[in-house]
Design a protein around this ligand. Structure first.
Ligand SMILES: O=C(O)CCC(=O)C1=CC=C[C@@H](O)[C@@H]1C(=O)O
Ligand SMILES: [Mg+2]
Length: 322
């Protein structure tokens, strides 16, 4: 006998979470629970505003349709909506015992605001790796800050993310403030420029490696070996089923690119599953999952070492059940 439930959740976010131009005050998402004679499996379906193509309403409708067919004994195909396909594939993988229990709990330390706060967190790490947003303020200021941080912490490696905010000229201005000998410690900068061509020109002209994030989802043919491109950021909630993620990871590895599994601001339930997936698919690469600290609570599952309070099923609203 199969049964399934779709729950809704709402989690408050820190005041400083800005996605593209929009401030996001809370994260809305869904959790799915599948039950059969093997036990239960959970997954998270949480389209990210401004990044996901699907609306939460459409995701809910499609998820309920998929669940109805599954409860009737069918094996429905993956939903074409990435967040729905991802969440359901996680729940199925848990049911089938295919997601390892152990996760990669290490993450690139995320800094979206105050570099002094980042400095303090990194000082105590042995081989610090951080991810810093750039492009929100003046390019010159970003360049000076990155240079300063790399100088102050000689073991630090940085991942940067400009979310396509610069013209080539601005991006070059940023790079001018970074000493040549420090550039190698920038593992990559995600999406420096407004266009793919400008980003590639930036990599060629500065010797700073770049990574695709949103561009890869716009155009899958970008998954190819190109000069200056080092990594691809894979956000499963925006990509699709575990199987699709697995295919992208394998394709990137064949091309010598580093696939980095990354968060789309999931709750701790989804984040712990992403850490388990990273452990399975990209062992040896630190994932980009340090987003739990943007929330005030964990949901159902505990991220090892997090001191945020854990909320239980009382936080969930039942949206659909069979
Ligand atoms: O990649 C990481 O280390 C953390 C996740 C992260 O930076 C992002 C998640 C979701 C939306 C964006 O604001 C941002 C990104 O653009 O990569
Ligand atoms: Mg990015």
């Amino acid at each position: 006998m199969r049964s399934a439930t779709l729950f809704g959740y709402q989690l408050a976010l820190d005041a400083g979470v800005v996605l593209r131009e929009q401030r996001l005050k809370s994260r809305l998402g869904m959790l799915v629970k599948l039950v059969d004679d093997r036990g239960e499996g959970w997954g998270e379906i949480a389209p990210l505003p401004q990044f996901s193509v699907e609306t939460p309403e459409l995701a809910q409708m499609q998820a309920a349709k998929w669940l109805e067919r599954w409860c009737a004994g069918e094996q429905p195909p993956d939903s074409p909506l990435p967040s729905v396909a991802f969440g359901i594939s996680c729940a199925l993988a848990e049911l089938e015992g295919q997601l390892p229990a152990e996760g990669c709990w290490q993450s690139a330390t995320l800094c979206s605001g105050d570099p002094d706060a980042l400095f303090e967190r990194l000082q105590n790490q042995s081989a610090p790796l951080a991810k810093m947003k750039v492009g929100l303020y003046e390019a010159v200021r970003d360049g000076m800050q990155v240079n300063l941080l790399l100088e102050a912490l000689p073991d630090l490696t940085l991942r940067l993310d400009a979310n396509r905010s610069w013209t080539l000229e601005k991006a070059l201005q940023f790079a001018r403030y970074i000493s040549n000998e420090l550039r190698g410690r920038i593992a990559f900068i995600e999406e420096p420029c407004r266009t793919v061509a400008e980003s590639m020109a930036f990599a060629r002209q500065t010797g700073i490696a770049i990574a695709w994030d949103e561009s890869l989802r716009d155009d899958a043919t970008l998954l190819s070996a190109q000069q200056g491109v080092r990594a691809v950021v894979i956000k499963p909630t925006l990509t699709g089923s575990i199987q699709k993620v697995q295919q992208q990871v394998a394709a990137a590895q064949r091309l010598g690119l580093t696939p980095v599994i990354s968060s789309a601001l999931e709750s701790s339930l989804g984040l712990t599953q992403l850490a388990r997936l990273a452990q399975q698919l990209t062992p040896g690469t630190v994932p980009g999952l340090d987003t739990l600290s943007l929330m005030q609570k964990q949901l159902l599952r505990h991220w090892p070492g997090s001191t945020l309070p854990l909320s239980g099923k009382e936080e969930l609203q039942c949206l659909w059940q069979q």
